[in-house]
Design a protein around this ligand. Structure first.
Ligand code: KG4
Ligand code: ZN
Length: 337
């Protein structure tokens, strides 16, 4: 049997430089340089800072990924990098580096849709994962529910009409002074809190597959300001747990609506928000109740990484789809478009 191709994958769409070496469903190495500290003082990702930090990190990280995997660049069958969506300047770093490396090694280069990478991420640790399935993709920039009909054939069943779920976590954590990135901060703070302490609104109950989080942001800020003035603000842990519950509840309800609408036997997930412990627990409960399988990546493979980019690239390469050396990044790339 022919061996699966050995692929070096780069991810630089936002604030993590990710490089990985993957063969088939095996991650041989997966290294990450996070820029969290550089952006934390601004309370969010600064595009120019992100691009510069990728430039500084990418060369040594690329060497480390190869060394950790125990392979030489001459052994590689292809190089892959995120083409979009994301911050244009940040994308250009990994995309140009990857293209140049592939050119120098005289091997194919594959530009990958970041969200298709997230779609592929559960495969590493869940051998049964695959179509047909409903996949919840929730990150800092995107929140959508995808019908994975076949590999390469994705129907976006529903999406956020305003903020992404991760963006809601980030904005609300910043408002509460919990720091950046907000998702992990709220996840931690909520650990000892009561999710029923405050009943924050669940938006778009009349649109079973769409999501919305901007109303929650308004509800929380209004609530906190008025109760702060009245001197009866609940403890921070309760606020965090109630906010987390409102976001998780919407994500889980809509995902299960999509399962009912499509009749698929499995649910997958990807994107940083899927690292949320309460979300993982609720999805596990609901999927078990509905008799459908749940395939989630471990937390490290939910957040941005190079391995998922290499995985999606392997699929594209298998179909003979390589990216032209003239191709540019596409910061507004859309899944299924
Ligand atoms: O997929 P990702 O790493 O990058 C993007 O493509 O955006 O997702 C980052 C997002 C951030 O908004 C971050 O706050 C959120 O994922 N996130 C979490 C958790 N870990 C990361 N949200 C909730 N709970 C978490 N544990
Ligand atoms: Zn992502």
């Amino acid at each position: 049997m022919k061996r699966a191709p050995l692929i070096l994958g780069f991810e630089t769409s936002c604030d993590e430089t990710g490089v990985a070496v993957v063969r088939g469903s095996t991650v041989l190495s997966n290294v990450l340089a996070t820029q969290v500290d550089e952006h934390a003082r601004f309370g969010g990702v600064v595009p120019e800072v992100a691009a510069r930090a990728h430039v500084e990190a990418i060369r040594s990280l690329s060497h480390r990924a190869l060394r950790d995997a125990g392979v030489h660049s001459m052994d590689l069958d292809a190089v892959a990098a995120t083409r979009g969506p994301g911050l244009a300047g940040a994308l250009m770093v990994g995309f140009s580096y990857g293209k140049a490396l592939a050119w120098a090694l005289d091997i194919p280069f594959i530009g990958v849709d970041h969200m298709e990478g997230h779609l592929f991420a559960p495969r590493f640790e869940n051998p049964e994962y695959g179509p047909p399935a409903v996949v919840l993709l929730a990150s800092g920039g995107h929140s959508e529910i995808v019908h994975l009909r076949r590999w390469g054939d994705y129907e976006v069943l529903g999406a956020t009409i305003d903020d992404a779920a991760g963006e809601a976590f980030d904005k609300l954590a910043r408002f509460l002074g919990l720091g950046f990135p907000g998702g992990p901060a709220i996840d931690r703070e909520a650990e000892t809190g009561d999710p029923a302490a405050v009943a924050f609104p669940r938006a778009l109950a009349d649109r079973p597959l769409d999501l919305s989080f901007s109303g929650l942001k308004t509800a929380v800020t209004t609530y906190v300001r008025s109760h702060h003035e009245a001197g009866d603000l609940p403890p921070m842990a309760d606020l965090a747990a109630a906010i987390q519950e409102a976001i998780v509840d919407v994500l889980v309800t809509k995902t299960m609506n999509a399962v009912a609408a499509t009749g698929v036997p499995a649910v997958g997930g990807g994107g940083g928000v899927l690292a949320n412990r309460r979300l993982r627990q609720r999805l596990a409960e609901e999927c078990a109740g509905a008799g459908v399988a749940l395939h989630l990546p471990s937390a490290e493979l939910c957040t941005d990484n190079g391995a998922m980019i290499a995985a999606a690239a392997a699929f594209r390469l298998g179909r003979g789809e390589v990216t032209s050396p003239d191709a540019e990044v596409d910061s507004s790339m859309r899944l299924g478009a």
